[in-house]
Write a protein that binds this ligand. Sequence first.
Ligand code: F3S
Length: 320
Amino acid sequence: MQDKIRELQRRIADEKDPLKGRLWVSDDGEGAVYLAKSAGFCFGVHRAVDMVYGKVREKDFPIYTYGPIIHNDTVVGDLRKSGVGVIDSEEDLSGISNGTVVIRSHGVPKRICDQIEERGLTLLDATCPFVKRIHEIVKKKSAEGYQIVICGNAHHPEVEGIMGWCSSPAIVITTEEEAEAIAKKDYGKPLCIVSQTTFNYKKFDKLVEIVKCLRYDEPAILNTICNATEERQTEARAIASLADAMIVIGGRNSSNTQKLVDISRKECENTFFVQTFDDLNLRLVPSRGIVGISAGASTPNNIIEEVSKQCRKTILLNRC
Ligand code: F3S
């Protein structure tokens, strides 16, 4: 058996190691496929998808989701076939007069929830509870007179949603320069700093450190990063550092999948990003060594299992 595969087996057995996934090893011990434990739907995505399918089973049509329920074309396409429509904008919403609107796990600004209710539509809130907690924090803190600062991507739907629960305009920062600029500026009120759930831990600590240098005990700091993201990234980094090829599965528009690709590529240059098994070029799967598989939070389990199965088959076929 290859030393590297032995090393991987030893690490999986170590409770403190982030590598907790499923390992398959070929009979001769020369090839292995590691499937990350954290690959696929997180708690919030699972909950949101289950809520929509539950409504479909009740046949309580018309049913809409506000924006695609998750960043995965396969799931969105399947829901479309089941009769679930997607509302793409506030303008679209204004044209709808009956039915249920499901709010996706990323959440939406408060004004969207208000509009749904004002129009007499049924609101089914599938906002992830961890995101909902941020809405409650910013709502309370902005009402108490704090200037809300969000560490995250201003164009991401989750951040747009969070901004929409503040009673005064929030500031979004991502870079150290932006952190320095807000630390120096006098807003006439204390700062309250929160983070997008998928923000990078190390980066958040760095931005907070910069702000605190100048405004020592003034800011209220709430690290609202979700553990699921950190666990997924840590496991992907760990397996990519051992793997001979790394496959990351996820939707084209999924920012958390893209982050996994970036992290994996830094550790393993043979990193391949695929949306489904059809995108995978099996000729690139090495027949010896370790193939690591991770997937974004919006990737359905059946797609992950299919990729994993085909990788195992390829390794076996290449050995015959
Ligand atoms: Fe919720 Fe965390 Fe997933 S915030 S949607 S459980 S990544």
